[in-house]
Design a protein around this ligand. Structure first.
Ligand code: UT7
Length: 356
């Protein structure tokens, strides 16, 4: 009897190009405090946020994801038709059915490729990167497009003091594919469902409404479906982060075969500048090692935060393509995922010639 065919791909993989889309509208802490009982000083001191970007006009998750994806492909120099799969990391895509991946693939002219969503809270990009790398390693696709996109402003309650000042909108994308040298370590990932409710939503739709009750709520003005927003017990998540993330980071380093001294750039999820400062200190990373601080003017863009933060560092010269970076995403689930990577070329370049 003939054996079932198997295939393997390329063991050495890397991020070959990066692209981002930041909404046009900048929203200051003062503007947030028009409706939120808080202050610019409190927000900046507790979170490191001064501004965030929110969609306006014709911008939405679909347009942002497609634009970031197009830019990543162009920056990778890979012909679009070689992209063999698309992974969309998102928590705020407006429908569960249909999921967003196929729509984004269609919008960028890649209708037909395997395309699907990954929902893993703010750790979504880290999860997606691991899946993308393993997809190339397994030979299931040669080039994978990974897009993180969020419109958190749409799923947020503007008067909720625990979330309203934190979240922002945006999209970031990378192309993952074969590389001469390996540029993505094995992923270290995990979850803690025991504390799942620390980040959630105010309404659990299936439990909230049986079918009869659902039928009474068809008026969009009163339908609770229309009023779903994210909830967070911030200090509980902060404490969880303080215990879980240092262990995760040590494990990422160990798994990558590198030491803290080898890390040239630190790109943690942009949830809170204070959490990030603490992690950097605990890891023993030298002060001069650049750390992403995109949160200051972009806010927390959940699954889009790591590619947006990488892109900001590369575009402004704070980091250079080819440098070794430590990434760590974390958030709802609760969950986390991290890896050591080689940074892709800065936007607009298709090689590491910016490394100097
Ligand atoms: O991206 C997903 C992962 N998410 C995270 O990692 C978030 C982690 N958590 C955090 O970033 C922080 O917990 C926050 C920035 C959300 C909040 O900061 P905090 O230092 O943990 O504040 P807290 O909730 O412990 O509240 C401290 C004080 C309280 O007052 P008292 O009891 O000390 O008098 C709150 O009532 O600050 C008060 N407070 C506020 N004051 C002004 C809480 N929220 C606000 C607010 N504005 N928005």
């Amino acid at each position: 009897m003939a054996g079932i065919a198997a295939k393997t791909g390329h063991q050495n993989v890397a991020m070959l190009g990066i692209g981002a889309y930041r909404p046009r509208r900048l929203v200051s802490n003062d503007e947030i405090c028009d409706v939120l009982d808080s202050s610019d000083e409190w927000i900046y001191e507790r979170s490191g946020i001064r501004n965030r970007r929110w969609i306006s006009g014709d911008e939405n998750a679909r347009t942002m994801a497609a634009e970031a994806a197009r830019r990543a492909i162009a920056n990778s120099g890979i012909p679009p038709e070689k992209i063999g799969a698309l992974i969309l990391a998102t928590n705020s895509w407006k429908t569960k059915i249909p999921h967003g991946g196929p729509i984004v693939a269609y919008d960028i002219g890649l209708n037909g490729i395997p395309a699907y969503d990954v929902a893993a809270g703010c750790g979504g990009f880290g999860y997606g990167l691991g899946i993308a790398a393993d997809t190339v390693r397994a030979g299931s696709a040669e080039y994978v497009l990974l897009v993180g996109v969020e419109t958190m402003s749409v799923v947020m309650e503007p008067t909720d003091r625990s979330t309203a000042f934190i979240f922002g909108d945006g999209a970031g994308a990378v192309v993952v594919g074969p590389s001469e040298e390996n540029g993505i370590s094995p992923t270290v990932w995990g979850s803690d469902g025991e504390n799942a409710e620390a980040i959630g939503q105010n309404l659990d739709i299936p439990e909230y409404m049986d079918r009869a009750e659902r039928m009474q709520h068809l008026d969009p003005e009163t339908d609770p479906v229309g009023r779903m927003y994210v909830t967070m017990e911030g200090s509980k998540v902060f404490r969880w982060a303080a215990i879980t993330l240092p262990k995760a980071l040590s494990s990422v380093l160990e798994t990558s075969g590198l030491a803290a001294d080898d890390i040239e750039v630190f790109v943690p999820h942009q949830a809170n500048a204070r959490i990030n400062e603490l992690m950097k200190k605990n890891l023993g990373l030298a002060d001069e090692i650049p750390m992403a601080n995109d949160i200051e003017n972009t806010g927390n863009t959940s699954a889009a935060s790591i590619p947006l933060a990488m892109e900001e560092m590369l575009a402004t010269g704070k980091a250079k393509g080819g440098q070794t970076a430590l990434l760590l995403g974390f958030g709802a689930g609760l969950s986390y995922a991290g890896a050591v990577v080689t940074l892709p070329p800065a936007p607009g370049r298709t090689s590491f010639d910016d490394l100097g």
